[in-house]
Design a binder for this molecule. Structure first.
Ligand SMILES: NC(=O)c1ccc[n+]([C@@H]2O[C@H](COP(=O)([O-])OP(=O)(O)OC[C@H]3O[C@@H](n4cnc5c(N)ncnc54)[C@H](O)[C@@H]3O)[C@@H](O)[C@H]2O)c1
Ligand SMILES: CC(C)[C@H](C(=O)O)[C@@H](O)C(=O)O
Ligand SMILES: [Mg+2]
Length: 370
């Protein structure tokens, strides 16, 4: 069996706590012979800043380039509120995404049957939900220049962020969305604001051209981003794949996450281009949620988004679909058996557990099916 190079970057806050549960699941996979890993671990975010004055060290970046896949917990927290903007914890994550060219961020939102009542929406609106947000991750206002605060007349200041997209960036993310849609329900909604933004005009045009040239068999609808947000809470089951830019994708994926009951449920994959010779692609897997300073250190965080991110890594980076299926089935089984962390408690579950208790329940479920 091939040994896969996996880099673990737990990060800050609950990132460390949920990564501890993933390590147990990795141990289980190796024990039963479903996977074999060469594991390295390093710092990112505030913990890296505390250790070396940077939100990610050059050594960790080198390891990231050498890994077959990266699993990241979460970064950030109030402890680092006053560090220089360039050295803030989030800059470590953004550097990983940019330098590794992880332009395609896949954020699935699935409503597990056992959790239909966990959503703030009515169960009938949410039951059976299965949508995928394909977020452009290395362009747009996150990285456009200039990005600065400058002094202007009369003691005033001006803050500038720049939204920039080139057609190749839109084209490649559109192709990812159309390709994935073909493996699902064959429907893409492209989301921008062409009524206000030039980048929206170009986005709509390029997506339409790619569609007409190579994906006319896939359903395509254009929605304005604000309207898409409204539709996501009005009738989320109309969506299959949503393709959108970096900032709209950030916002819409938090909305989609809460449709399913909790931010603690949603995994994600950030993928680079497939290399021609090796057929490999760079990849980082992380939960959609952050470091959750309000609950960090209490042992109550939900580890399911992090464990689901491992399942995505097994599927997309290592072609270990049996192992991925087993983990996803164990997540569904654990929820069906009534185990709930605090964020999804009171939703038909009978046993409220902490982070490691949810890990125990997952391992018991994995053992049962083995
Ligand atoms: N990918 C990342 O590393 C990432 C993502 C989002 C936010 N952040 C950072 O995290 C910090 C906190 O940001 P925030 O509070 O806006 O977002 P957050 O996702 O950390 O938390 C939002 C809310 O959801 C809850 N929550 C999140 N994950 C949970 C889990 N697994 N189990 C139970 N409850 C969970 C939190 O307790 C909180 O009430 C900030 O510094 C932000 O920049 C990092
Ligand atoms: C932490 C932050 C930089 C990040 C983003 O804005 O992309 C987060 O919110 C996310 O959704 O991954
Ligand atoms: Mg976000």
């Amino acid at each position: 069996m091939a040994t896969h190079k996996l880099l673990l970057l737990p990060g800050d806050g609950i990132g460390v706590e949920v990564m501890a549960e993933v390590k147990r699941v990795i141990g289980w996979l190796e024990k039963v012979g479903l996977a074999s890993f060469a594991i390295e671990e390093d710092l990112v975010g505030g913990s890296a800043y505390d250790s070396c004055g940077q939100p990610i060290s050059e050594g960790a970046m080198k390891r990231a380039f050498e890994a077959d896949a990266i699993l990241l917990g979460a970064v950030g927290g109030p402890k680092w509120a006053d560090v220089a903007y360039e050295a803030r914890p989030e800059a470590g994550l953004l550097r990983l995404r940019k330098d590794l060219e992880l332009f395609a961020n896949l954020r699935p939102a699935i409503c597990y049957p056992a959790l239909a009542s966990a959503s703030s929406l009515k169960p009938e609106i949410i039951e059976g939900l299965d949508l995928l947000i394909v977020r452009e991750l290395t362009g747009g206002v996150y990285f456009g220049k200039p990005k600065e605060i400058v002094d202007i007349a009369d003691g005033q200041k001006r803050a500038i962020d720049t939204q920039v997209y080139e057609s190749y960036e839109i084209e490649r993310i559109a192709r990812v969305a159309f390709e994935i849609a073909r493996t699902r329900r064959n429907k893409v909604v492209s989301c921008e604001k062409h009524n206000v933004m030039k980048s929206g005009v170009l986005w709509k045009q390029v997506v339409s051209e790619v569609h007409a040239a190579d994906y006319a068999d896939v359903g395509l609808e254009h929605q304005l981003a604000d309207s898409c947000g409204m539709q996501l809470v009005r009738a989320p089951k109309q969506f299959d794949v949503i393709v959108t830019d970096n900032l709209f994708g950030d916002i819409l994926s938090d909305v989609a996450a809460m449709l399913t009951g909790s931010l603690g449920m949603l995994p994600s994959a950030s993928l680079g281009a497939v290399e021609e010779i090796s057929g490999k692609r760079r990849a980082l897997y992380e939960p959609v949620h952050g470091a959750a300073p309000d609950i960090a250190g209490k042992g109550v965080a939900n580890p399911i988004a992090m464990i689901g991110s491992l399942a995505m890594a097994l599927r997309y980076s290592f072609n270990l679909s049996e192992a991925a299926d087993r983990i996803e089935a164990a997540i569904a089984g654990t929820l069906a058996a009534g185990f709930r962390t605090g964020d999804i408690a009171g939703t038909g579950g009978s046993t409220v557990v902490g982070t490691s208790g949810m890990g125990d329940a997952m391992l018991a479920e994995l053992d049962k099916a083995a």
